[in-house]
Design a protein around this ligand. Structure first.
Ligand SMILES: Cc1cc2nc3c(=O)[nH]c(=O)nc-3n(C[C@H](O)[C@H](O)[C@H](O)COP(=O)(O)OP(=O)(O)OC[C@H]3O[C@@H](n4cnc5c(N)ncnc54)[C@H](O)[C@@H]3O)c2cc1C
Length: 184
């Protein structure tokens, strides 16, 4: 096991490289049941992984939205809660709309996944849309925290750092677009 890599976010999760040098694996250690099908077996789990990324993106947006709502109702500037400024209300209205629309789509993906009928392109859309929306929403939430939003002691700051990798792992979003475009 290599060293624990120093990431910009997701600090609670350790990430390391694993090296397999001069390893001999016995036939009784075969995973997945059918020899020579490893890549296909891995591929068949990708819709699951992509849906989970879309779902966690949505859950993060919902959490960031709730934390922001609480904060802007409490924080005062120019003699009133910042929740009363039109910009704050409009930003939150946009965020709430993205969450509501996203929830309908992601819940549908979860239903289809459980029923065994979720196709790869739709799962890739969940990952692509979810992670892009998460990046936008968490960034806008952080802005409403002002300077506190840049401090790691605030959850929204950690959410911002954690969000970035969602567009990278599980297959980058560029690869998601490749997969989706091939199914058009
Ligand atoms: C925190 C973290 C956890 C991870 N966990 C796991 C894990 O548990 N299991 C695992 O297997 N992997 C894991 N990964 C690896 C992750 O899946 C890869 O980093 C990711 O798929 C991108 O591959 P790459 O890093 O080789 O980037 P590259 O493939 O080198 O991509 C670099 C850039 O080129 C672009 N690019 C590459 N090919 C194309 C193309 N055909 N068309 C257009 N653009 C392209 C990419 O989109 C990207 O912008 C993890 C990574 C991180 C950061």
């Amino acid at each position: 096991v290599g060293r624990v890599l120093d990431k910009i976010g997701m600090k609670a999760q350790d990430t390391s490289e694993l090296f397999f040098d001069d390893v001999r694996v016995g036939a009784d250690a075969l995973l997945g049941g059918v020899e020579g099908q490893g890549f296909f077996q891995l591929m068949s789990d990708l819709p699951y992984e992509r849906t989970i990324i879309g779902l966690s993106a949505l859950a993060t947006m919902e959490g960031a939205y709730q934390a922001t709502l609480d904060y802007v109702r409490d924080r005062k500037a120019f003699g009133k809660p910042i929740a009363e400024f039109q910009n704050t209300r409009f930003k939150l209205a946009e965020i709430a709309t993205q969450i509501k629309v996203g929830r309908a789509f992601i819940d549908r993906c979860v239903e289809d996944l459980v029923a065994g009928r979720l196709d790869t392109a739709t799962a890739s859309m969940a990952k692509l849309w979810g992670s892009e929306a998460q990046g936008r929403v968490v960034d806008e939430c952080l802005q409403l925290f002002g300077g506190y939003g840049f401090m790691n002691e605030y959850m929204v700051a950690r959410m911002y750092a954690d969000a970035r990798v969602q567009r990278i792992y599980g297959g980058t979003n560029e690869i998601m677009k490749e997969v989706i475009s091939r199914a058009l």
